[in-house]
Design a protein around this ligand. Structure first.
Ligand code: GAP
Length: 508
């Protein structure tokens, strides 16, 4: 069960509505009714997403001497996914409701016996949420009333459906119908999307859309080692689309079926201090999230319990983010030993070992893997940045403003250029000139329509950090213009070279 959400600063409804209204995100193929688990990024969304990727690439690859980037194909040889274990084991437990035809992830469907005075009078169920236990308790009380049973009701004991005994399954009500008898026992559902390569559609042509980008780095490890002039420790990074046939895509873009990952495999010596390296990467990832504007107060760490780790894994820590729907995984940092390279060595027959000059021995490197989803970061920055607040205008009137406090590093528009009046050609000409100059380096927006206050509000809502207003003082006196800051709403005058210096410092 996810941890309870802190008092939500923002409702998901408000965010989804802003995303649609201002062109950040649309449901995919909406004119045909949409397709569950797929999304389109609109004009502002695509800029924001690109900025997240570009910042990560700049900090993770270009500004480091020990990480190189690659881009591998989405469809790889199917044996890659056999060797990696995905064909056999990349699955979630699936439960069907035979009556409603709904499907659930068994580990997200919770149930409890309803016990009165030590006697089980029935079962209740609820889908995972931050209020699962309360919902089960309320359902238990309702069942007790319905059955008119007297006596003390015991507190519910939530378990998920993977923990149900076979004889319990048919007693647990389906969340869709509220009636028992229609849920099937959990079974494994492989989440990889299958396709066929070439003209034949038989077993020999089966291929998969990759469910993670990581295997591209493992499959190309030797090619990069042989050609990239790299030495240990070093990393291979990649950004790209991944596909998972999630049973229950949900929470907007948090869990979707097509998403984008930014992953890096950091190869270390087999005798290196892996725990220290793991810690360093956890710290790096947290600092990076803060550098793009996520507040420390929304971030936490979750160490996977040792007994739930895969046998080859030495440790996995997730950086968690406080979303409006609960505290959830944002970034996983896993210490995977030499498992992946050894699997590929065995399956392909191509040695993956490298020669250590110091010990004059060959060994297969170990790996630390920070893996994050671009879409989850996108959602996190929107959740952290969104605010509705009361502001007082110059006439003393209180009005609502919606503001997206996005870091200048990732804001889709960096500056809006606004001539004070659109019917004064001198103002418009100066504003257009500044707009053109800024456009060479930054995403900027020109807007001359409407009252200046309304134009500021439009920019606040899409997260533009600065508005520049060209007024009469600009053309009649020293050429300076008004800079209005989104968060403080303070205004000050500055010169063009000062504006470029400000942008250079803040947008990197
Ligand atoms: N190579 C390791 C790996 O893929 P993962 O925890 O399955 O690990 C890494 O995925 C990250 O990818 C997650 O922390 C999350 O940010 C993102 N992610 C995973 N599944 C996702 C989905 N269905 N929708 C959006 N993002 C997802």
């Amino acid at each position: 069960m996810s941890e309870p959400a802190a008092p939500a600063a923002v409702s998901m409804e408000a965010l989804v509505s802003l995303c649609k209204r201002r062109g950040f995100i649309f449901p995919s193929s909406e004119i045909y009714g949409g397709i569950n688990g797929f999304f389109d990024y609109g004009p502002l969304g695509v800029e924001l997403k690109k900025n997240i990727r570009d910042c990560w690439w700049a900090d993770m690859v270009r500004r480091r001497d020990d990480v190189v980037g690659i881009e591998t194909s989405i469809i790889m040889h199917p044996r890659v996914w056999e060797a990696s274990g995905h064909v056999a084991g990349f699955s979630d437990p699936l439960v069907d409701c035979k009556a409603s035809k709904q499907r659930y992830r068994a580990d997200q469907l919770f149930f409890s016996p309803v016990t009165v005075e030590g006697r089980v009078i029935g079962y209740v169920s609820a889908l995972e949420s931050e209020r699962t236990a309360e919902e089960l308790q309320a359902a238990a009380e309702q069942l007790k009333r319905k059955r008119a049973v007297q006596g003390q009701l015991a507190p519910v004991t939530p378990r998920d459906l993977t923990e149900a005994k076979p004889e319990e399954i048919e007693l647990i009500p389906s969340p869709a119908t509220g009636e028992p008898g229609s849920l099937t026992p959990p079974r494994s559902f492989n989440m990889m999307f299958q396709t066929n390569v070439g003209a034949l559609t038989d077993a020999s042509s089966v291929a998969y859309l990759r469910p993670e980008t990581a295997q591209g780095m493992f499959a190309d490890f030797k090619a990069v080692w042989d050609t990239g002039r790299v030495k240990l420790p070093f990393g291979i990074a990649q950004i790209g689309k991944s596909f998972r046939n999630e049973i229950t895509p949900r929470n907007f873009i948090f869990r979707s079926r097509e998403f984008e990952q930014m992953e890096m495999e950091y190869f270390i010596h087999e005798n290196a201090d892996w725990a220290q390296c793991h810690r360093q990467w956890i710290n790096w990832c947290k600092d990076w999230l803060k550098s793009i504007g996520l507040p420390d107060s929304h971030l936490s760490e979750y160490d996977h319990p040792k007994e739930k780790l895969a046998f080859y894994s030495r440790g996995t820590t997730d950086i968690m983010f406080r979303y409006p729907f609960g505290v959830q995984e944002l970034w996983g940092i896993a210490a995977r030993g030499s498992y992946d390279l050894k699997q590929h060595e065995q399956a392909s027959g191509v040695p993956q070992g490298i020669f250590d000059e110091a010990t004059k021995q060959k060994f297969v490197p170990h790996v630390i893997e920070p893996a994050v989803g671009v879409d989850r970061i996108f959602l996190a920055v929107l959740c952290a940045g969104y605010a509705e607040e009361d502001v007082t205008d110059d006439k003393g009137q209180v009005e609502k403003r919606t503001v997206l406090r996005l870091s200048p590093r990732i804001a889709p528009v960096k500056v809006a250029v606004l001539p004070l009046l659109k019917n004064k050609p001198e103002l418009v000409a100066r504003a257009r000139l500044l707009h053109q100059k800024l456009q060479r380096r930054y995403a900027v927006f020109y807007d001359e329509s409407g009252a200046i206050g309304r134009r500021y509000r439009r920019q606040d809502e899409i997260g533009t950090p600065w508005c520049v207003t060209i007024d009469f003082a600009t053309i009649e006196t020293d050429g300076s213009f008004t800079l209005r800051e989104r968060d403080s709403m303070q205004q000050r005058r500055l010169q063009e070279d000062e504006l470029f210096a400000l942008l250079d410092q803040q947008v990197y």
